[in-house]
Write a protein that binds this ligand. Structure first.
Ligand SMILES: C[S@@+](CC[C@H](N)C(=O)[O-])C[C@H]1O[C@@H](n2cnc3c(N)ncnc32)[C@H](O)[C@@H]1O
Length: 222
């Protein structure tokens, strides 16, 4: 999407350990990765060096509740995966999106992902108001379509994609496991994910195989 829009540099907000920032750098983009936690950014820099993309990656500790430390119209694209749905109030979100707009060059692109009100955890746990719920010690701002539209006021909203069911990965895995329970050993199951984040959320060792399948640890004695 960024390449199609002619972007060459990307600002990432809430980059964490930099999985996506590193991907962008490997794809040839110049990346500024920010997060309010320096821990992940340190790891990001180490991995960028080991992957030989450190010249294209800069990091900065930044709290998105503060104005961005960048000049007006200075970046082609802004990316934020699961940052806007942190414990940020609607007022803070509007200020943040205003800052994104300020630093984007005319015609620039902003891509973000969030948890939404169709999510299985929406409404669970402690309500903090403003559609923020704390569950398992983790506060999440769940986005409804009205909030998406309000934040997009004055923007061109190209695409809004809501994953259809709001199911959590573990639920999807259990459903998949049930679907293949009667499959013959050796059956190959192709899982096609339309949510680009979904494969990343699956644990690397996720193998919804039958215990008697020849490649299952229980069968091989591993
Ligand atoms: C759910 S994680 C997503 C991390 C990364 N984008 C990913 O997809 O792996 C949210 C990230 O936002 C960061 N974060 C939370 N609140 C923030 C704030 N106010 N300012 C900047 N970063 C923040 C956290 O430190 C964390 O790295």
């Amino acid at each position: 999407m960024f390449r199609a829009a002619g972007a060459r540099d990307v600002l990432e907000l809430g980059a964490g350990h930099g999985r996506d920032a590193l991907f962008f750098a490997r794809e040839g983009f110049t990346v500024q990765a920010t997060d309010f936690s320096p821990v992940g950014l340190e790891q990001l820099r180490d991995v960028a060096c080991s992957q030989g993309v450190d010249e294209r990656v800069a990091t900065a500790v930044h709290d998105v509740r503060e104005p961005l430390a960048l000049p007006d119209a200075s970046v082609d694209a802004v990316f934020a995966h699961m940052l806007l749905c942190m414990a940020l109030s609607t007022k803070e979100l509007h200020a943040l999106v205003g800052e994104v707009r300020r630093v984007l060059r005319p015609g620039g692109t902003f891509v973000y992902t969030v948890r939404h009100t169709g999510d299985a955890h929406y409404g669970a746990g402690t309500a903090h108001g403003d559609d923020i719920y704390e569950h398992g010690g983790f506060a999440v701002h769940f986005f409804g379509r009205d909030l998406v539209d309000a934040l997009a006021d004055g923007w061109t909203l190209n695409e809004v994609h809501a994953d259809g069911t709001g199911l959590l990965c573990v639920t999807l895995l259990l459903r998949l496991r049930a679907r293949i329970a009667d499959a013959a050993a050796g059956t190959v199951v192709h899982v096609i994910a339309t949510d680009p984040a979904a494969p990343l959320d699956l644990p690397a060792d996720a193998r919804p195989t039958r215990p008697d399948a020849p490649w299952h640890p229980a069968a091989t004695g591993r």
